[in-house]
Design a protein around this ligand. Structure first.
Ligand SMILES: [Zn+2]
Length: 282
């Protein structure tokens, strides 16, 4: 199979109130696209991430706040299911059951640190997933976080781990490369357009080309669209180009897209099927 799409209807009904309205329309657009009709792209349902893993990634105090504080508690189950979606997508790619994957989510993950979270994030899906993949024997990972907001939670997990190469787009005015720890912060300010974004993406992938990794994760926030809330000014034309650039850079390694920020149904309904089409080789 070329692409495993991991989807659960709870993401659209119980997901974070900012993020959830795009879920069902974009999944229906994916169905209308015809991509699900062959055997190249198949849809799977996730299970909640196992608590044994989540509790190893996060502090007991954090877990307690997620279970007891009303604002967090309302998203507790869907946040576990979201992490489970990323976990399933990644396990399938790691086992060779799918070449690439797209994980839908109802909450995001990149602002979740070991002991805190913000910005529609509760559990760090990639930290949980990388922990599991390392148990399976994988060691080195490339993360391309194209969500315009700085992925501070993921950085707090992996900032001093040179076996996780973290490309991290953000709103700063300058870029910063930490070659010792393999962190590249791509600061492109506010109002960045398609050309600047793609140029910086290709430059960052070029810088990472000698990093030997086994799986590439893409933290896919389409809040970078001009009509969405994230402060870049991208158009819909950029997302398939972005996916193609990342796929080219990944070579024969699997790519796992993780749905991150973004709220506008029309943006998601165009971007998600087009990205999946690229992952499927169309
Ligand atoms: Zn964002």
């Amino acid at each position: 199979m070329k692409v495993a799409v991991i989807y659960h209807e709870d993401f659209g009904s119980k997901g974070h109130s900012v993020l959830k309205h795009r879920i069902r329309p974009s999944f229906e657009a994916l169905a209308r696209s015809g991509l699900l009709e062959g055997d190249k792209v198949q849809v799977f349902e996730p299970e909640p991430a196992p608590l044994s893993l989540v509790e190893r990634a996060h502090t007991p105090e954090h877990m307690e706040r997620m279970r007891t504080e009303s604002y967090n508690r309302q998203y507790y189950d869907v946040a576990l299911l979201s992490a489970g979606s990323v976990l399933k997508a990644s396990e399938m790619v790691a086992r060779g059951e799918a070449e690439n994957a797209f994980a839908y989510t109802g909450t995001a993950g990149h602002h979740a640190s070991p002991g805190s979270c913000w910005g529609f994030c509760y559990f760090n899906d990639l930290a949980i997933t990388i922990m599991r993949l390392r148990e399976m024997g994988l060691a080195r990972f490339l993360i391309v976080d194209v969500d315009p907001h700085f992925g501070d939670g993921t950085r707090n997990f992996f900032g001093s781990d040179p076996n996780v190469y973290h490309i991290n787009f953000n709103h700063q005015q300058n870029s910063n490369f930490d070659g010792k720890n393999n962190n590249y912060d791509v600061g492109i300010g506010f109002d960045a357009g398609d050309d600047q974004f793609l140029r910086e993406l290709e430059g960052s992938l070029e810088m990472a080309k000698n990093f030997d990794f086994q799986i590439c994760f893409v933290v896919f926030g389409h809040d970078s669209h001009a009509d969405d809330y994230g402060g870049f000014e991208l158009t819909s034309a950029v997302y398939p180009k972005m996916a193609r650039a990342i796929l080219n850079a990944a070579g024969d390694k699997g790519v796992v897209f993780v749905l991150s920020g973004g709220s506008v149904p029309e943006v998601a309904s165009k971007a998600i099927p087009e990205v999946i089409a690229v992952l499927a080789g169309r």
